[in-house]
Design a protein around this ligand. Structure first.
Ligand SMILES: [Zn+2]
Length: 335
C-alpha cells in the first residue's frame, strides 16, 4: 500500500506492507484523513515522535477486514477512529474510566502509525460507525469536534457564565464557536482573517475583532462587556504571544480554557491570575458520540471549513498549502 512516511526530517510517499491484524483489531481502508496542527508541529520538529512514522489522526474510512475476536458485522461499516490506542484497561486512570489518559496509551499518527496511508489497523474499541448522512470529508472533523465538546465536559458553566471570547479561528476555533453557541453563550471572536471572522458571524458570533486592525484587544473586549472582560476565554491560537491578551481579556474570577498545544514554554503573568482569582482549565480528546450526533443533527456545520483537498501523493503540497494563507482553515487528504 502507499503511505506517507515521516523519517524525522521529511515526509515521503512510499510502498509499505499492508498492516497485519491482531485478534482485536480491524483493518480500515482509509477514505479521508485531515491534516492537523499537530502534524505540522511534528514535521517542524517542535513535537518529537519516534520515526519512521506514518502521521495523521483525523481518520475516516471503511472496515475491510476484522480480527478473530471482532464481530463480523463490522465488515463494510463506514467509521471514524479515536486516537488513543494501546489502552491497558488496568492502570490508575483506566480503573477510573479516564481511558484517554491511560498510562500505556499510544496515539495514532503521533506515537504509532496513523492515517496518511491507504490502510490502517486499529483496535476495535476505537471505532465508531457514522451514518450515511455524514460523508468521509465531514467525518474527518469528528475527532477535533469531539475535542471542542470536551471543553464543556471538563469546565462546568455557572449561572454567571454568559459570554465567551474565542481567540483563534482555525478549524478548532470555528468548531468551538459552534459548540459554544449550543451552550447559549454570547460570542466574541478574535482572529487575523476577515474571512474567518465572517464565517464565525454566519454561525452566530456577535462581536468580531480583527487582531491585525485592533491594537489593544483586551480593551476592546472590555468595551463590549461593561469594562469587565468575558466570563470565559478560550485559547485556540497555537500562538504563545496571544497568552497575555487572553489572560487580560478574562474577567475577575473568570475561566480560561487552554486548547492549543504550543509545544513551547509560554511566559505569562501568573500574578494577575492569582490576584484576580482566574481558573485555568484545559482539555484534549473528547466524546466521539456527541460529535457524531452534532454533525448528524445539523447543529454543527463543517463543509465551509474545508479549504483544500489533495491525494496522498501530493502530501507535500497539502502541507505547504496549510501555512500559505491566513484564510486557510483545513486541508484533507482524500483516497
Ligand atoms: Zn490504562
Amino acid at each position: 500500500m502507499k503511505a506517507a512516511v515521516f523519517d524525522g526530517k521529511e515526509i515521503n510517499v512510499k510502498e509499505v506492507p499492508i498492516p497485519e491484524l491482531t485478534k482485536s483489531q480491524v483493518l480500515i481502508k482509509v477514505k479521508a484523513t485531515g491534516i492537523c496542527g499537530t502534524d505540522l508541529a511534528i514535521v517542524k520538529g517542535t513535537l518529537p515522535t519516534p520515526t519512521p512514522l506514518i502521521l495523521g489522526h483525523e481518520i475516516a474510512g471503511e472496515i475491510v477486514k476484522v480480527g478473530q475476536e471482532v464481530e463480523n458485522s463490522w465488515l463494510g461499516k463506514r467509521i471514524v477512529s479515536e486516537i488513543n490506542s494501546n489502552i491497558d484497561f488496568n492502570c490508575y486512570y483506566c480503573k477510573r474510566e479516564m481511558f484517554t489518559q491511560c498510562l500505556s496509551r499510544k496515539a495514532l499518527g503521533i506515537d504509532i502509525n496513523g492515517g496518511f496511508a491507504e490502510y490502517i489497523a486499529v483496535e476495535s474499541y476505537l471505532i465508531h460507525e457514522i451514518p450515511d448522512s455524514i460523508d468521509f470529508n465531514e467525518a474527518t472533523f469528528i475527532e477535533p469536534l469531539a475535542a471542542a465538546y470536551q471543553i464543556f465536559e471538563t469546565m462546568p458553566l455557572s449561572h454567571n457564565d454568559k459570554n465567551i471570547a474565542i481567540f483563534g479561528l482555525g478549524k478548532l476555533g470555528l468548531l468551538i464557536v459552534q459548540v459554544a453557541l449550543l451552550m447559549d453563550l454570547e460570542l466574541i471572536v478574535i482572529d487575523g482573517s476577515d474571512k474567518k471572522l465572517e464565517l464565525a458571524k454566519k454561525f452566530g458570533a456577535k462581536y468580531l475583532i480583527n487582531r491585525l486592525k485592533i491594537k489593544n484587544i483586551p480593551n476592546e473586549i472590555k468595551k463590549i462587556t461593561n469594562g469587565l472582560g468575558t466570563d470565559i476565554v478560550v485559547d485556540a491560537t497555537g500562538n504563545p504571544n496571544a497568552i497575555s491578551d487572553i489572560i487580560a481579556s478574562c474577567r475577575t474570577r473568570g475561566k480560561i480554557h487552554m486548547k492549543s498545544t504550543h509545544g513551547l514554554d509560554t511566559p505569562m503573568n501568573l500574578t494577575d491570575i492569582v490576584i484576580r482569582e482566574l481558573t485555568i482549565y484545559s482539555s484534549r480528546c473528547g466524546p466521539f458520540n456527541k460529535a457524531i450526533e452534532g454533525l448528524k443533527s445539523g447543529n454543527i456545520h463543517v463543509k465551509d471549513l474545508i479549504s483544500k483537498q489533495f491525494p496522498l501523493e501530493k502530501i507535500d503540497e497539502a502541507f505547504t498549502s496549510y501555512e500559505k494563507s491566513r484564510d486557510h482553515i483545513k486541508t484533507i487528504l482524500i483516497f
